[in-house]
Design a protein around this ligand. Structure first.
Ligand code: AMO
Length: 434
């Protein structure tokens, strides 16, 4: 199909072959219009019945909606056609017939509930406004990868089958690994840290993570995609700079390369790249500000995580992206470094969108003795992590890093109501296929 022309590129005066799905057939008697849809848009195919042979007409106009066809013909200017051109066919070939009963209507005339859409994602992604989300997601990943390269990072891939968890023992999916217990990885955390001590120094990964979260919420998945960053010789503030740069690069990429998609989503006018430096509030300031909003049922005290309610109140108060820094050591993981002169306070940070948390990160504990002591303080058995800690004895530089959830980034960027809108085949408590 090398000679195939996309619907959006068909120019008047040329002979062209287009291929795609039958979006609609409008039979007006002596004349009929077939709207063919491909990934670039739609094109009108005109059938003047008395000028066409019977078989071609029957084949084309008798086909069901959403059947896949190929049409060869002459492109003519027609200002009444949706794209200003129409195709006058010489041959029509049906490549794949669609059943007349469609589980959902890709033309969008009939609404479908999210579960039906997710069960029939192939058809769902024929809708331009759904397809646009995934084209934007793809651009986000391209922009982020390019940004990482521009700041000297190497892309890595780390194991997803692991021996231990890193982000708290309750959220692990156990699997059987040749008779031994193993787990699906919750985060590339330990591996990316090990790589900052390697010759690579500065790494990133885009990959799946698995969390056996019990709760089914509009912003949690059981399998998500994470963008992880880790770099030697930087502190948590420099890591936040890179985090901010990544976010801005993602928005800029979308603003520059996804104008059609933003148009399709009705966001072309309001879409903006976040500007200025994101405020960096200490945790202490954050809880004070959240309490001062008067919106919280439960007043926050030192040591509390930010509740959903607190995130919302603070988000509305700040009105844009912001960091929360200097978290209580007790609620940050063992790998986060604490201040030497204030061991109750850690160098962990979160990047927040006004709607929710997007990123966690921090300066890491790179000193072997401190790291092992940190495991013990958190009630973990350091010997289970020997594969990780041992390598800290052979020259592990100071380092910092962070991780984004891709789905939350896309969800907040496009103001999607549910995180499942930003992943093609979501995994949640109910959903294991497709
Ligand atoms: P954390 O556990 O906070 O940190 O995860 C980082 C980011 O990943 C996203 N995320 C999720 N998205 C959807 N569904 C989930 N179940 C889910 N869990 C996490 C969020 C979150 O902010 N190792 C650390 C990162 C680091 O310190 O480098 C970590 O995993 O956007």
């Amino acid at each position: 199909m090398d000679d195939r022309r996309y619907a959006a590129d068909a120019a008047p005066g040329e002979e062209a072959t287009v291929a795609g799905w039958i979006h609609e057939i409008r039979d007006l008697g002596g004349i009929a219009f077939l709207i063919l849809r491909d990934r670039t848009g739609k094109i009108q195919v005109k059938f003047e019945k008395d000028e066409m042979d019977e078989t071609t007409l029957e084949r084309a106009l008798g086909a069901q909606r959403e059947s896949v066809i190929r049409v060869e013909g002459r492109v003519e200017a027609e200002e009444r056609a949706p794209t200003g051109v129409e195709l006058v066919p010489s041959t029509v070939e049906v490549l794949a017939e669609a059943d007349p009963e469609l589980p959902l209507d890709p033309s969008g005339k009939v609404d479908a509930e999210l579960p039906t859409r997710l069960d029939n994602r192939t058809l769902d992604l024929r809708k331009p406004e759904v397809k646009a989300i995934f084209e934007i997601r793809s651009e986000v990943l391209r922009a982020v990868r390019d940004y990482f390269r521009s700041v000297g990072c190497t892309e890595i891939n780390t194991p997803k089958i692991v021996a231990t968890g890193t982000e708290g023992g309750t959220e692990l999916f156990p699997i059987t690994y040749f008779g031994r217990e193993a787990f699906m990885n919750q985060s590339p955390q330990l591996f990316k840290q090990l790589m900052v001590g390697s010759g690579l120094e500065r790494v990133f990964e885009v990959g799946p993570i698995f969390r056996a979260e019990e709760h089914n919420t509009p912003r949690h998945l059981n399998e998500a995609t994470m963008i992880d960053f880790e770099s030697a010789f930087v502190d948590h503030h420099e890591a936040m700079d890179v985090c901010e740069g990544t976010l801005r690069a993602a928005y800029e990429g979308v603003a520059e390369h996804c104008t059609d998609q933003l148009e399709t989503l009705g966001m072309a006018d309001e879409f903006g790249v976040p500007d200025g430096e994101f405020p960096r509030l200490t945790y202490q300031t954050a809880i004070e500000r959240a309490n001062a909003t008067g919106e919280l049922d439960d007043v926050l005290v030192w040591g509390d995580d930010l509740s959903t309610e607190a995130e919302r109140a603070l988000g509305a108060d700040v009105g844009g992206h912001y960091f929360v820094t200097d978290w209580p050591a007790e609620i940050k993981p063992f790998y986060i470094q604490d201040y030497d002169d204030d061991p109750e306070t850690s160098k962990g940070f979160d990047l927040m969108h006004p709607r929710m948390e997007l990123v966690s990160g921090g300066q890491r504990e790179h000193r072997y003795d401190e790291l092992v002591a940190g495991f013990e303080r958190q009630g973990l058995d350091p010997s289970q992590f020997d594969y990780y800690t041992e390598l800290f004895r052979f020259g592990m530089p100071p380092h910092a890093g962070w991780a984004y959830g891709v789905e939350r980034l896309v969800m907040t960027m496009l103001d999607l109501p549910n995180i499942r809108e930003s992943v093609i085949f979501p995994r949640d408590r109910q959903r294991l296929s497709p």
